[in-house]
Design a protein around this ligand. Structure first.
Ligand SMILES: O=C(O)CCC(=O)C(=O)O
Ligand SMILES: [Fe+2]
Length: 335
């Protein structure tokens, strides 16, 4: 089937004990991601209470005065945690668009929380740079950390399940990806797109056209419009808004792993059509990333003529993050 719109996929069979039911679902998902790279997941098995609590905390955080939020910004540019203000990022620049303007959004990011008794893997030089402590607004919002970490754990489990479906669809062992994602370095980003009181140039939007960088992205957005994906005819399509669902899309690494067979598709968040006070929009995005040292090369048997160069998950992530953060507002953060 030729998907020109983003379909809703019932994920319940991912939890089936019958391999043929899992296979059938995997095949359907494979077909969708070959065509459009995006799907809306229903019956995903995630505890909706956890989602609601995380959304409430995110909303409370972004309601704080800007000066208060800035207290949770990193002190150094290389410390990728905590709060980043409006227009600090430029997603359009990550695809090399030199004209792209910074994104009309602010965000808060966190990564895995490592306990004190973690294994030696995390004690090497690079791991020490990656797995730095999160920044938490504990005194201001004592429930924030708990709610976001619970949400993070739900997303880890869902991402693992989706990766299993991906493996089945690609004809490799269901757990083929496990050794590549078991020490993942996923950033969770809570984003806020405030109500737009000013008019902006049509080319400055909430999130510029980009592809995601990791293995897959799980997005929980408010039920408000704005997210669009480019289909293979080059048309911008609104991603459907479906209650209690998640939006899932591939990142670049899934495309590299499949030799370009699967698409890490271009998407953006456009500005609201009205300036009413309900036009702000929040989303919580789980950018699933493999282990930092996972070598990303085409899975044997899937090579096409256009082979991607071998990279590592960390190398690709950093090249994208550096492009995204080349903005004057990001530069204001200390050295
Ligand atoms: O907030 C959204 O709906 C999507 C944002 C997005 O695409 C991203 O942060 O990569
Ligand atoms: Fe994205």
């Amino acid at each position: 089937m030729d998907y020109l719109d983003v379909p809703v996929i019932d994920f319940s069979n991912a939890y089936s004990e019958k391999i043929n039911e899992r296979f059938k679902l995997a095949e359907e998902i494979g077909n969708v991601v070959t065509n459009i790279g995006f799907l809306v997941l229903s019956n995903h098995g995630v505890n909706l209470d956890v989602v609601k609590k995380a959304q409430q905390q995110v909303s409370a955080f972004f309601s704080l005065p800007t000066d208060k939020k800035k207290e949770f910004s990193p002190k150094s540019k290389s410390y990728y945690r905590g709060y980043f203000g409006m227009e600090t990022g430029n997603l359009g620049a990550t695809l090399g668009d030199k004209e792209a303007l910074p994104d009309l959004r602010e965000y808060f990011t966190l990564n895995r929380e490592l306990g004190p008794a973690c294994d030696d893997y995390y004690k090497t030089g690079l791991a020490q740079e990656i797995f730095i402590p999160n920044i938490w607004p504990d005194n201001t919002l004592p429930e924030f950390k708990i709610a976001l970490l619970e949400y993070y754990r739900e997303m880890e489990a869902l991402a693992e399940r989706i990766m299993r479906m991906f493996a089945l669809s690609l004809g490799v062992d269901e757990f083929w990806f496990s050794s590549k994602i078991d020490k993942h370095m996923t950033n969770l980003v809570a984003a806020n797109y405030p109500e737009q009181k000013n008019s902006y140039s049509p080319s400055q939007i909430r999130a510029g056209s980009h592809t995601d960088y990791g293995s897959l992205t799980i997005l929980k957005a408010e039920n408000k419009p704005g997210l669009q994906v480019k289909n293979k005819l080059g048309e911008w399509k609104d991603v459907p808004i479906v209650d209690n669902s998640f939006i899932v899309n591939l990142g670049d690494l899934m495309s590299y792993w499949t030799g370009g067979k699967w698409v890490s598709n271009i998407h953006r968040v456009i500005n609201p059509k009205t300036k009413d006070s309900n036009s702000d929009r929040q989303s919580i995005v789980f950018f699933h990333q493999p282990n930092f040292d996972a070598v990303i090369e085409t899975i044997p048997g899937l090579e096409k003529s256009s082979k991607y160069p071998t990279t590592t998950a960390y190398e690709h992530l950093m090249s994208k993050i550096n492009k995204m953060n080349k903005t004057s507002k990001f530069n204001e953060i200390g050295e």
